[in-house]
Design a protein around this ligand. Structure first.
Ligand code: B12
Ligand code: SF4
Length: 533
């Protein structure tokens, strides 16, 4: 086997974008969808002495043109919605003799599916695991994992070349650049749809977080930090003290997602404000499901909505940007109520822009296990459709037509002149209004697709049968979208190959044990590349 010297790390932040509007969305939004782990992998490869290339792909051109062609090994990181494209790229690389490794959310959710097309699939990783991969210490076609997620992320300073190459514009930050970072992994809650449901909360070393904050404040003043922690501020006081260690006036603006339980206690929002928090993503998810993370038990859905409005008003006092996530079509949702309550919520909180999600049962979650058992996952639907506006499940209380009519109706309100006027006149800074105006444009695109799907469901029996789980034939409209998403790689990954593999894939059950440490006892990860030879 050829010794590995030249290594690529490619993160797919998008599928192939077709048409101007999709390309604009790729450039304005998906460019920002950059993960921290691919950056960490690139830093570790470099530190280990490999000739390392890192790139992100957000929709335009050929993803392989972002990296040199003569790589010995390429890591491809992907979400499930770009998995068919990732698999096609892996096929193309393998044809040219480049070894391929799949990592990221898709690899964790559906490792066996990914293994059909990659040489190795990674669940959790750390620097030692990456060193082992590069030294060829695993048998081909293995699913591999570190014992736990890495305990330290390379610092912002160490990741600066990757940060410049991804979220900056021509190497410089723009007003919209969000610098991705992380201060913890895992979460104490167990929401049934979430990949973190069984991963214990672990905070990174606070000294390293402090070092990052100091570096950003000195060398990247004013650049917004985006904390990717699944649930930021679980140990609120300890975390906030680190932010407060940077003198007021020099603190970098930051955004994060957190559960409402973390910010309900008196004084916490004020502290966040003073720490220079400018964006909060509180997970509300549902009016009908009582997720523990919301922290307050309301007896009726209406009461919960009222309480949420009050919470949003309080958050608005603290942070300029609020992004609230909802999910519609959970088993607890029934009839018009969830949609009507959301409309009222939106009218009463015009300063925020919501994300209105369609539930997806990702591999490894309790939701996936239950719906797979009940035969409620559309098995012929390729992973390219694992993202709004597509429905990959059979819902309990809505047929597809009723559901899509509700979603189209909700989106009509979201992009209506009435809501646009309210957002423009709401008390919010101009950068927030600009982001919301962009999101208005992207939502209008989604609304057009919702309406097309409603029309198909009304007029095409085969389409209805497919969504009811009574036909396994992917409708021609979806075949077309699938091919568009693969762009020039569609022939390498025909639609039959894009059919997901589910059976026996209930979670990351397979984990190949690490090979023995090196004979001299030195830990993996500390040696330069030449040590592998
Ligand atoms: C931060 C975050 C985002 C951010 C940043 C995205 C990014 N590129 O990282 C933003 C807001 C942009 C985002 C967007 C979306 N997200 Co998101 N996001 C998360 C979140 C909360 C944390 C991810 C994280 O950084 N964790 C910390 C790291 C250390 O852990 P980790 O990701 O598990 O990574 C470990 C391993 O997977 C592995 N690894 C990870 N990457 C790589 C790469 C390589 C090369 C290797 C070798 C290993 C490796 O090593 C890590 C340590 O062990 C997770 C949910 C969660 N609660 O964790 C969802 C999650 C990843 N998101 C999810 C989804 C669905 C989305 C969206 C589609 C949502 C939407 N409806 O818009 C978009 C799609 C974005 C895209 N690129 O296509 C799903 C993904 C499921 C899937 N199989 O695809 C998750 C799991 C949430 C869920 N439903 O459970 N997201
Ligand atoms: S609170 Fe958030 S991160 Fe934690 S399990 Fe629920 S959805 Fe996942």
């Amino acid at each position: 086997m050829k010794t590995i010297r030249k290594v690529g790390v490619l993160e797919l932040c998008n599928n192939s974008a077709s048409g101007l509007s999709e390309q604009a969305i790729g450039y304005l939004e998906r460019k920002q969808y950059v993960g921290v782990t691919p950056q960490a992998v690139a830093v570790w490869c470099r530190q280990l002495g490999y000739d390392t290339y890192y790139a992100t792909y957000y929709g335009s051109g050929d993803p392989r043109d972002t990296l040199p062609r003569d790589l010995d090994l390429v890591f491809i990181s992907t979400y499930s919605n770009a998995a068919p494209l990732a698999c096609a790229l892996s096929k193309a690389y393998r044809l040219e003799g480049t070894r391929t490794v799949c990592g990221g959310p898709h690899a964790k959710s559906y490792p066996r599916d990914a293994l059909r097309y990659f040489d190795l699939v990674v669940l959790d990783c750390d620097k030692d695991l990456i060193a082992d991969i590069l030294c060829d210490r695993f048998a081909p076609e293995s699913i591999v994992s570190s014992p736990a997620p890495y305990a330290e992320l390379p610092t912002i300073e160490e990741r600066l070349p990757e940060i410049r190459a991804s979220v900056f514009w021509q190497g410089h930050p723009s007003a919209f650049s969000l610098l991705p970072t992380l201060a913890s992994t895992g979460c104490p809650y167990a929401c049934n749809f979430c990949s973190e449901w069984n991963r214990p909360y672990r905070m990174f070393s606070l000294e390293r977080v402090a070092e990052d904050l100091r570096f950003a404040s000195l060398h990247l003043p004013g650049v917004k930090l985006m904390f990717y922690d699944p649930n930021f501020g679980v140990r609120f006081d300890e975390m906030l003290r680190v932010f407060e260690s940077v003198p007021a006036g020099r603190r970098s603006p930051f955004a994060m997602q957190t559960s409402l339980t973390n910010v309900r206690q008196p004084g916490r929002l004020q502290r966040l404000h003073e720490a220079h928090c400018v964006g909060i993503g509180p997970g509300l998810e549902s009016w009908t499901e009582n997720y523990q993370k919301v922290g307050r038990h309301s007896t009726t859905a209406y009461e919960k909505m009222n309480d949420a409005v009050e919470q949003m008003h309080a958050l608005h006092e603290c942070a300029e940007y609020i992004q609230v996530n909802f999910m519609f079509g959970l088993d607890s949702d029934l009839g018009d109520e969830p949609f009507e309550l959301t409309k009222e919520f939106l009218r009463r909180t015009p300063y925020l822009y919501p994300t209105l999600n369609i539930p997806v049962a990702f591999g490894g979650t309790p939701l996936y296990r239950d719906l797979l058992k009940e035969g409620r996952i559309l098995k012929a639907m390729p992973f390219s459709f694992y993202w709004a506006p597509y429905l990959t499940l059979i819902l309990k209380n809505y047929d597809a037509l009723a559901y899509y009519r509700h979603m189209a109706d909700l989106y009509s309100l979201l992009v209506s002149g009435e809501m646009e006027r309210r957002r423009l006149t709401a008390n919010a800074p101009s950068w927030v209004k600009a982001v919301n105006a962009y999101r208005h444009f992207a939502s209008s695109d989604l609304l057009a697709i919702f309406r097309k799907i409603v029309h198909r469901l009304e007029t095409d029996r085969d389409f209805r049968l497919f969504h009811a789980g009574q036909s396994q034939i992917l409708p021609p409209d979806y075949v077309r979208v699938y091919k568009q998403r693969l762009g020039r790689y569609s022939e390498l990954m025909p639609v039959e190959d894009g059919r997901p593999m589910f059976e026996g894939d209930e979670g990351p059950a397979v984990s190949v044990p690490r090979l023995e440490p090196q004979r001299d006892g030195t830990p993996h990860g500390s040696e330069p590349a030449a040590a592998c030879v």
